[in-house]
Design a protein. Structure first.
Length: 465
């Protein structure tokens, strides 16, 4: 019997003697129940292995049993990364993993005091090593906010006045890839940060309900040194394809995979998700809200993006925070909706101004045609025209509208503060120490669309500038 058993080969092992030796080493003497079917004995053996894995909870044992069957049916290999690692630990260190008959670990009050307490990752917003959900309707600003959080942590920047624990950030971008590079560039420029911060992006979905995909993700993240502080999953719907969000079983599988991700990496996992049809709560099964530590809602109205905390398991929910989108280069950045500055406009007014610049030309454009380009409600659009005219960014001319030089300057150079400063918020390191940051990870080079023709997808938060 080798000192280290390669558990990866167990699902296709057909040697009953080897399986018996493995069980004996674990101190499991119950006779095996081998069936007549060619694969049945493998299933039975794997189920028995799950029983002897004392470091697992009963629920986790059930997951392992289920995965054992999947190994047989789909020929996947071993799909549950965490279960495999826990089983490996028991096999190589028999007799460890709990004090009770089932391997349960009970703690006295003094022992509880020695456990690692809950600590903030970003001020009072999200905690370290937690599960969080950020939800809202399409185009409400979810991706802008999640990206702002991830880049702030990677750069060690205070997040809108709140301290962060600096560290690498991993971003799974499952949809809306077209404009992400422009958003990152705008953020770096606005904060005066170079592109060698430890931020990495995966521009494709990961199926959280398929074992091999989760294993591949966990294996890749375990290679990070230092480990990621934050992993963003954007969006939930794209990372459980073919599943039913309203089904408790499907959503529970997603939560289990997200939990594996958190426990394996030690990172906070932030999941971007859509709201329901009426926008009152997140879409899908209520087991999601029950399982996560933090639930945040994003609402955009008249250009103001409001972030509200609806659940905070281990802290007091923070008060609502109001943001706006500030134009920068070919995209926007998130800024607090605080004191007015010269040239400040709502996000929807900036969308209208950018649409006018794109299609008006030197001769201008009619109001109805401009409205069609903006895709806004009539009331919002004509209110934006009034604001743009009053600010001197748009000028009516013979029943048509033209953008002024002041308007072009706003779109390309950004607003100018009343104090005459540059308007570029520099990134000052957070008060929380940067724990061993490595600058070896950089933003990936993506083959992106032409920035002059950005896409606008219903299911992402892109804006046409």
């Amino acid at each position: 019997m080798p000192d280290v058993i390669e558990l990866d080969v167990i699902p296709i092992c057909d040697d009953r003697a080897t399986i018996r030796q493995l069980l004996d080493r674990c101190g499991f003497s119950k006779p095996l129940e081998f069936g007549s079917d060619g694969h049945e004995h493998q299933i039975r053996a794997l189920e028995n292995l799950a029983v002897v894995c004392g470091s697992m909870s009963q629920a986790h044992q059930e997951v392992l049993k289920h995965n054992a069957r999947l190994c047989m049916i789909e020929n996947w290999g071993w799909p549950d990364f965490e279960a495999r690692e826990a089983l490996r630990a028991v096999v190589t260190n028999p007799g460890q993993g709990g004090t009770g008959p089932d391997g349960l670990r009970w703690y006295t009050i003094p022992e509880l005091a020695e456990l690692k307490p809950t600590a903030p990752l970003v001020g009072d917003i999200v905690m370290q090593e937690s599960l969080a959900v950020l939800y809202g309707s399409p185009a409400s600003g979810k991706t802008f906010l999640a990206l702002d959080l991830a880049l702030s942590i990677a750069a060690g920047c205070a997040w809108h006045g709140r301290d962060v624990v600096a560290g690498p950030s991993a971003y799974i971008l499952a949809e809306g890839r077209g404009g992400i590079q422009r958003r990152i560039d705008a953020w770096l420029q606005a904060h005066g940060v170079s592109d060698d911060i430890p931020f990495q992006l995966l521009p494709e979905p990961v199926d959280f309900l398929r074992g091999p995909d989760v294993t591949e993700l966990l294996t890749s993240l375990k290679e990070w040194d230092p480990a990621p502080r934050l992993v963003v999953v954007d969006m939930l719907s794209q990372c459980m394809p073919g599943a039913v969000e309203n089904a408790q079983e499907d959503m529970s599988q997603f939560i289990n995979a997200a939990g594996q991700l958190r426990r394996t990496t030690g990172a906070t996992v932030l999941v971007n998700h859509h709201s329901g049809w009426e926008g009152k709560h997140e879409r899908g099964s209520t087991v999601l809200r029950g399982a996560v530590d933090t639930v945040m809602k994003v609402v955009e109205e008249d250009g103001v993006i409001t972030l509200t905390c609806e659940k905070q398991r281990d802290a007091v929910p923070f008060d609502p925070i109001r943001f706006r989108l500030s134009p920068r280069s070919q995209s926007c950045t998130i800024a607090l909706a605080g004191p007015e500055i010269q040239g400040e406009l709502t996000a929807s007014a900036l969308v209208a101004l950018r649409a006018l610049e794109n299609v008006a030309g030197d001769n201008g454009i009619s109001g109805p045609r401009w409205l069609k380009q903006c895709d806004q409600k009539d009331r919002t659009f004509y209110r934006n025209i009034k604001r743009l005219q009053e600010a001197g960014h748009v000028q009516p001319r013979g029943g048509r509208y033209c953008i002024t030089e002041r308007g072009r300057a706003l779109l390309h150079d950004g607003p100018v503060p009343k104090n005459g400063g540059t308007g570029t918020p520099q990134c000052h390191p957070s008060a929380t120490p940067n724990s061993g940051l490595s600058a070896t990870s950089a933003t990936p080079e993506l083959a992106l669309d032409d920035p002059k023709t950005p896409e606008k997808a219903e299911d992402d938060d892109s804006v046409p500038f």
